[in-house]
Write a protein that binds this ligand. Structure first.
Ligand SMILES: Nc1nc2c(ncn2[C@@H]2O[C@H](COP(=O)(O)OP(=O)(O)OP(=O)(O)O)[C@@H](O)[C@H]2O)c(=O)[nH]1
Ligand SMILES: [Zn+2]
Length: 197
């Protein structure tokens, strides 16, 4: 099975994406040489480079810089906007991520913005929501030695809204809980904080 954590080396092959987009336009019955579409393959290539930039990033890139704070309680950033791409249909899914952790016993914490950056490292790849959730949680355990982690993602998948079953508004909720946050009381406290109750 392919290693979904693998980081490919090298740059995005823009000319190859351009050629593929020309092919797709032709295959759906369009004329890639008509004026309105002339720049489209190059635009799509640049957009894909941005959409999948996380394939060239690692969690260490954002979590290696830490500092020590005396705080062995929950740190939670709620409502981090997420745009990712469903790996089945290559259309977006979008919503919010809530990311919380209890720092290591030595109080190793990361900057709050780094939690949002970590979400993007994994969101900017072809994804399924379950794996996105799990990867964020596991990175916090691995890189911060966090004593507990909770990640909840709520998202709408455009592959379910704009096509296929066509159910706009259906939201999928996934969670990943590690370490001390598996404890019923601690987990209930975190859940009530992240639901805003
Ligand atoms: N578990 C999971 N499923 C997803 C995710 N994103 C999309 N899917 C689902 O992936 C499935 C792919 O199903 P297939 O039957 O292979 O493809 P399809 O014929 O296009 O399916 P429909 O979307 O039902 O039309 C669909 O049920 C999608 O709703 C995700 O993040 N997690
Ligand atoms: Zn999909």
């Amino acid at each position: 099975m392919a290693d979904t954590n693998a980081v490919p080396s090298g740059e995005v092959d823009l000319p190859r994406i351009e050629a593929a987009v020309r092919e797709i336009l032709t295959a759906v019955g369009e004329d890639p040489d008509r004026e309105g579409l002339l720049d489209t393959p190059a635009r799509v290539a640049r957009a894909y480079a941005e959409t999948f930039v996380g394939l060239r990033q690692t969690p260490a890139d954002v979590l290696d810089k830490t500092f020590d704070v005396e705080h062995e309680e929950l740190i939670l950033v709620r409502d981090i906007e997420v745009y990712s791409t469903c790996e089945h249909h290559l259309v977006p899914f979008h919503g919010v991520a809530h990311v919380g952790y209890i720092p290591s016993a030595s109080g190793r914490v990361t900057g709050l913005s780094k939690l949002a950056r970590l979400v993007d490292v994994y969101a900017k790849r072809p994804q399924v929501q379950e794996r996105l959730t799990t990867q964020i949680a596991d990175a916090l355990v691995e890189h911060l030695d966090a004593q507990g982690v909770i990640v909840v993602i709520e998202a709408e998948h455009l592959c379910m809204s704009m096509r296929g079953i066509r159910k706009p508004g259906a939201r999928t909720i996934t969670s990943a809980v590690r370490g001390q946050l598996r404890n019923t009381a601690t987990r209930a406290e975190a859940m009530s904080l992240l639901m805003g109750k």
